[in-house]
Design a protein around this ligand. Structure first.
Ligand code: INI
Length: 157
């Protein structure tokens, strides 16, 4: 049996774009830090990382799709924090950003790791941004590395 799986070692010359929202930047800045730390510690050169900031999570899918369609990036990492209670449209924003990111990834064929937190409180968000529950930005970076690797392996079959 042949088994194909990816590794989290940076594929040669792989390029990554981070799309991160400014809304709830206290949280999102920590996700960005985690993602960049993860990429660099797994062998990605800083010159191969581009950071794009957008106003809110709602805007992430379009920016991610535009970046993906350039075919210059091996993977994109979407980072944001949608926190219930900030405004009544939490559910709409949370639902659309997840659907939009999935659609952008499938329509372009470029992996987009989903590092957008959807939480009930700022405390839950901070727990997932480098405190008690790890850093979902770092986790998303690992997913991006693994998807680049596994897609290159699939392409080589
Ligand atoms: N954007 C977020 O990134 N997080 C939120 O929690 C949030 N809430 O709750 O309102 C939010 N709203 C803004 C939205 O993403 C758009 O930027 C805005 O509607 C303009 O298009």
């Amino acid at each position: 049996m042949n088994s194909i799986e990816g590794s989290v070692v940076a594929a040669k010359n792989a390029r990554f774009a981070l799309v991160a929202s400014r809304f709830n930047d206290l949280v999102v800045d920590r996700l960005i830090g985690g993602a960049i730390d993860g990429l660099k510690r797994h062998g990605v050169d800083e010159k191969n990382i581009v950071l794009v900031r957008v106003p809110g999570a709602w805007e992430i899918p379009l920016a991610a799709q535009r970046l993906a369609s350039k075919k210059k990036f091996d993977a994109i990492i979407a980072l944001g924090a949608v926190i219930r209670g900030s405004t009544p449209h939490f559910d709409i924003v949370a639902s659309e950003v997840s659907k939009g990111v999935a659609q952008a990834s499938l329509s372009t064929g470029v992996p987009i790791a989903f590092g957008v937190l959807t939480t009930d409180s700022i405390e839950q968000a901070l727990e997932r941004a480098g405190t008690k529950a790890g850093n979902k930005g770092f986790d998303a970076a690992m997913t991006a590395l693994e998807m680049v690797s596994v897609l290159r392996s699939i392409d080589g079959v």
